[in-house]
Ligand binder design. Sequence first.
Ligand SMILES: Cc1cc2nc3c(=O)[nH]c(=O)nc-3n(C[C@H](O)[C@H](O)[C@H](O)COP(=O)(O)OP(=O)(O)OC[C@H]3O[C@@H](n4cnc5c(N)ncnc54)[C@H](O)[C@@H]3O)c2cc1C
Length: 280
Amino acid sequence: MVSLSPYTTFKVGGPVDLFFEPENIWELARVCTFLEEEGIPKFLLGGGSNLLVRDGGVRGACLSLRKLRGFEVLGDELWVEAGLSLKSLLDLCVQYGLSGLEFLSGVPATVGGAVAMNAGAFGFEIKDFLTQVTLLGQGHFVTKARDALAFSYRGLGLPEGAVVVAARFKLVRRTPQEVREKISFYLKERRRRQPLSFPSAGCVFKNPGQVAAGYLIEAAGLKGFSRGGAQISRKHANFIINRGKARADDILFLVDLVKEEVFRQFGLELEEEIKIVGEA
Ligand SMILES: Cc1cc2nc3c(=O)[nH]c(=O)nc-3n(C[C@H](O)[C@H](O)[C@H](O)COP(=O)(O)OP(=O)(O)OC[C@H]3O[C@@H](n4cnc5c(N)ncnc54)[C@H](O)[C@@H]3O)c2cc1C
């Protein structure tokens, strides 16, 4: 059993029965086939930055893709494997003078997780810069054009069990200095708006329509509300932070409280953006 807490940015959660970290895509394919043949459920782990693992942990297998970090620069296109962190992706963008993805700076995710979640910020989404995504499913690799995929707000309708293995981005040529400056701008904005000195999973809820979930949570009077070691951030109400000793249960209590209060006061149902896995 491996504790998943250190693998998530919330830093909470119990252990998983089996943990695999394939060295390359061929090993990944072999592990997936083995799990399918044995009927062992799997869940995919990228940067763990959108995950809340319950305190009882996860039955089955966790597949961490962090070792899949290959890349290739093809003119103004960049092909990268799913386990590459967005930080490393942006380092490549600076090195090769490729612009477009700077809005993702400060998001502690992997490419695979960001594609699977269609990560977005500052009015952009990762899908806007994708040309192709390579998926692994039922033992086969298939590369699909961006427009053949069902991206939505913070989602990508993947077939059951499919793994994002690699992605190809079309970017714009700029000088490394220009790319670096844009990254600094977005990082500064993020630090100004978000409580980055505590563990969290970013925004907990999706925005319902045009209203920001954070605005509703603040208007409901819930900013700063805490339970155990978890707190609804005073800086950004859509963040729940771990003040040091939170358990997943504390965070789940606050998630339910927010949903109940926002519904009671405004008649709006908030939907979680974070993925909640495991058992209590
Ligand atoms: C400080 C902070 C700031 C954040 N800011 C933003 C933001 O501005 N915008 C935003 O959209 N999000 C933001 N997030 C949330 C999070 O970073 C994104 O949702 C990100 O896309 C998750 O990527 P990950 O690699 O960490 O995925 P994980 O959290 O590991 O997984 C998320 C989901 O994707 C699935 N998954 C992971 N990898 C793959 C794969 N290769 N193939 C198929 N499925 C996979 C997992 O099973 C899970 O269901 C923030 C989080 C933090 C902590």
